[in-house]
Design a protein around this ligand. Structure first.
Ligand SMILES: [Fe+2]
Length: 312
């Protein structure tokens, strides 16, 4: 475990984990970032009608009508993709977590815990697929496409060399993801290439945009990155409109559907959260140093007392 991180012990649900406390070994600051992420997430829960079940995840609709992306993504595709697949993940996860200690947790926390540092626990796939699909719907808009602007554009130029190079890398990631999965643009504030590790001395030059692809339901949250943009390259995302032509689907997504406004807003939020996280880490270190200094002073005082000559 990285220096400065603390294992968090969770009392685990017997239906999912061994019936004993299990140290999942996540760094506390990583966990807290996910706690912070929940604050930006619009609620997908409702109060349960019975006190035994604390909350249920709800199927969140796309932020536009199901025909709003036509002709680039058909109503038929969205009805099938959102109404069948996304709905299925929600229903299945609710069944999996009802009555367990995951019941009532925020989705990001369920994802983080059940990823279990790569030793994936059963609810992970449904939980992550819910998050990924909500993020995907919000990555698109009617009359989308075009080019990014502002800070996002500048960071893309800095980290990829040009907007065209970024576009090529993103297309390549999406088209070469073998089988089902996702391609992402993410903000990486942690320079360590170790999952869940804490960067002990983050600097501005460490923070950069990256293009990554992930298999099945995995998303960059589990690597401690901040996702900014995603394309779903599961076949169910494009089979009705493009048959097996994934490359055509990727082109239409980039040219006609991406909401660069959403990506830009996510970048600003990611930078703010990364800065807040660093500030918290600095405060924690200062507190530890102060406590260590106080303890040393007490020890010296006690030592000096013991060195005093005894009175005759
Ligand atoms: Fe999908």
């Amino acid at each position: 475990m990285a220096a400065g991180s603390t294992a968090i012990n969770f009392s685990t649900p017997c239906a999912l984990f061994p019936c004993q406390p299990l140290s999942l070994g996540f760094s506390r600051s990583s966990f807290h970032r996910h706690q912070a992420a929940k604050n930006q997430r619009r609620s997908t829960r409702r109060a349960a009608s019975t006190p035994a079940i604390t909350a249920k995840l709800e199927l969140k609709p796309p932020p536009y009508p199901l025909n709003a992306l036509e002709p680039h993504m058909s109503q038929e595709t969205l009805s099938y993709h959102w109404g069948k697949h996304h709905r299925g993940y929600v229903e299945n996860l609710n069944k999996q977590i009802t009555g367990t200690e995951l019941d009532g947790m925020l989705l990001e926390d369920i994802i983080f815990l059940t990823y279990n540092r790569g030793d994936i626990l059963p609810p992970f796939n449904n939980a992550a697929q819910i998050w990924n699909h909500e993020f995907f719907w919000e990555s698109m808009k009617p009359d989308g496409g075009g080019k990014p602007t502002g800070d996002l554009l500048e960071l893309i130029k800095r980290d990829f060399g040009s907007i065209d190079t970024f576009m090529e890398e993103f297309r390549a990631a999406a088209s070469t993801q073998f089988g089902s999965g996702w391609a992402w643009l993410a903000y990486k504030a942690n320079r360590l290439d170790v999952g869940n590790a804490v960067n002990p001395s983050p600097a501005d030059e460490d923070k950069k945009l990256v293009v990554v692809k992930s298999p099945n339901a995995v998303n960059p949250l589990v690597w401690d990155y901040y996702p900014l943009l995603v394309i779903d390259v599961w076949e169910h995302a494009y089979i009705l409109d493009f048959e097996a032509r994934r490359a055509d689907y990727i082109s239409i997504f980039m040219e006609k559907l991406v909401s660069w406004e959403a990506v830009g807003s996510r970048l600003e939020m990611a930078k703010a959260q990364a800065a807040e996280r660093e500030s918290e880490e600095r405060r924690r270190q200062e507190e530890e140093e102060k406590n260590a200094g106080d303890a040393e002073a007490v020890e010296m005082y006690l030592d000096s007392n013991s060195d005093e000559p005894e009175a005759d």
